[in-house]
Design a protein around this ligand. Structure first.
Ligand code: AMP
Ligand code: ZN
Length: 114
């Protein structure tokens, strides 16, 4: 419903515009509004799950990773490499509480992450 406070649920429903780059029945991906790399997309399950702590469904979690590798292949950076990140809760730096996987590419990533 329109009053749902979850930002990514609202994007999934098309209530908030996003640059969608990938869609399946269960998963979608869109450009991050504040990209941290030349290529930075957010991959989400369409159904609301707040954090990685809130699911034990290997299919749900696996689909996020498979979406990342499919995008990497499609966009041509699979061989060069990329970074996938799931931030969880305060110490992980999570700011949007709808489970999502960051896919970053287009530059050499640093390690350890900040
Ligand atoms: P996290 O800090 O892991 O919870 O990541 C949330 C991400 O969502 C950040 O990288 C934000 O830049 C991104 N973000 C926030 N609002 C939007 C939006 N409306 N459209 C696309 N990305 C967004
Ligand atoms: Zn949500």
């Amino acid at each position: 419903m329109a009053t749902d406070p979850c930002l990514f649920c609202r994007i999934a429903r098309g209530e908030i515009p996003a640059q969608i780059v990938y869609e399946t029945p269960h998963v979608m991906a869109f450009r991050d509004i504040a990209p941290q790399a030349p290529y930075h997309v957010i991959i989400i399950p369409r159904d609301h799950v707040a954090t990685l702590n809130d699911t034990r469904d290997p299919g749900l979690v696996g689909r996020l990773a498979i979406a990342a590798s499919e995008l990497a292949e499609r966009e041509g950076f699979a061989a060069a490499g990329y970074r996938t990140v799931i931030n969880t809760n305060a110490d992980g730096g999570q700011t949007v509480f709808h489970l999502h996987l960051h896919l970053l590419a287009g530059r050499k990533m640093g390690w350890p992450p900040g």
